[in-house]
Design a protein around this ligand. Structure first.
Ligand code: HSE
Length: 353
């Protein structure tokens, strides 16, 4: 899915103009490429090594398999992907240029060759709240996520839709307008032996799953661990800002949402904080903390398929004037995955270093 969205965005932005693009496939070498010519074998290190820049949406295993042999063979080109394999490596930068262009430029000047898209939840959080980090206002942050099925991959997204169909059919079959009778039938269907849940391991439609990725020491999941590790690497902080929370899969299709609690480094008037958030990036949109604006602009249904990253529900929390609450939504396949990659290709083309 990331590859399809990336191709769509690169075409929309005329990113292919002026570059000689060749396409590789891990499964269909010899087939027809999106440009109409022949797809090359993505495991052919010699062909790959003829490229100045390689952009991969193939996932971590592919990165693992080809980057080592490419570099060992003397390839000096730029590697761009969205996999976690190289993200935390010392010779790699996590790319999110509206937030960390200075970090990227510095890395280009020092000859870094690996530019890796971040975890989608982390990137989307920074697209919304980057201003607070830029101003040195975050002492620590807790983020509670509501992550879409798309983040788990296309088969899981399709399973969610199959689950929705099954539940709707079970509810309709009661022929009842009594909410509790419909609910009983729907819950029984969720628990049925043959309910399609092989991908997620449990029903997601009409439910949620409070576990994403594998477990880590200390009770976190890997998705939760990435919050602090990747955020601090993206912004290039000298001392790690603590970030933690609970990551939850919900029945949204392609937008990740998150509710955050920020412990500020100092008490700042709310209006100033709102202005800082609104200026996080040119794509960040501040949503006034009222019901009408929230329901209109701060939902996965409103944001899906757009580059806008709204941040709203912004208010001081009851814990004290240094505690800020906020909620944000972002398209997981755009800023969360494809967009930083295509923009990195642009940055490389314009790089005069
Ligand atoms: N790990 C994310 C998720 C995918 O499961 O939603 C985007 O990095």
């Amino acid at each position: 899915m990331v590859g399809s969205v990336l191709m769509q965005r690169m075409r929309e932005e005329s990113d292919f103009d002026g570059i000689e693009a060749v396409f590789f496939s891990t499964s269909n070498a010899g087939g027809k490429s999106p440009a109409g010519n022949e797809l090359l074998d993505a495991f052919d290190i010699k062909s790959l090594a003829t490229c100045d820049v390689i952009v991969s949406c193939q996932g971590g295993e592919y990165t693992q398999r080809v980057v080592g042999p490419l570099r060992e063979g003397g390839w000096k080109g730029y590697w761009i992907d969205a996999a976690s394999t190289l993200r935390m490596a010392d010779d790699a930068v996590i790319i999110l240029d509206p937030v960390n262009r200075a970090v990227i430029d510095q890395a280009l000047s020092s000859g870094v060759k690996n530019y890796i898209g971040g975890n989608c939840t982390v990137s989307l959080m920074l697209m919304a709240l980057g201003g607070l980090f830029r101003e040195g206002l975050v002492e620590w942050m807790s983020t509670m996520t509501y992550q879409a099925a798309s983040g788990a991959g296309a088969p899981k997204m399709l399973e969610l839709m199959r689950q929705m169909e099954r539940l709707t059919a079970a509810g309709n079959a009661t022929g009842s307008a009594d909410a509790l009778i419909v609910e009983k039938a729907v819950t029984a269907e969720q628990r049925a032996e043959n309910f399609p849940a092989a991908e997620f391991g449990a029903p997601l439609a009409g439910s949620l799953l409070a576990w994403i990725d594998k477990d880590m020491p200390g009770g976190q999941t890997k998705e939760e661990w990435k919050g602090e590790a990747e955020t601090n690497k993206i912004i290039g902080s000298k001392t790690a800002i603590p970030i933690d929370g609970i990551c939850v899969r919900v029945g949204a299709l392609r937008c990740h949402s998150q509710g955050v609690c920020v412990k500020l480094t100092r008490d700042v008037p709310l209006a100033d904080l709102e202005a800082i958030l609104a200026g996080s990036t040119p794509w960040t949109r501040f949503v006034a903390n009222n019901k009408a604006d929230t329901l209109r602009d701060l939902t996965p249904a409103a944001v899906s398929g757009t580059l806008t990253v709204p941040v709203g529900r912004v208010h001081k929390l009851r814990m004290g004037p240094e505690y800020l609450g906020a909620f944000t939504v972002g398209d997981q396949l755009l800023w969360g995955a494809a967009e930083p990659l295509r923009r990195m290709v642009r940055i490389l083309r314009e790089w005069k270093g």
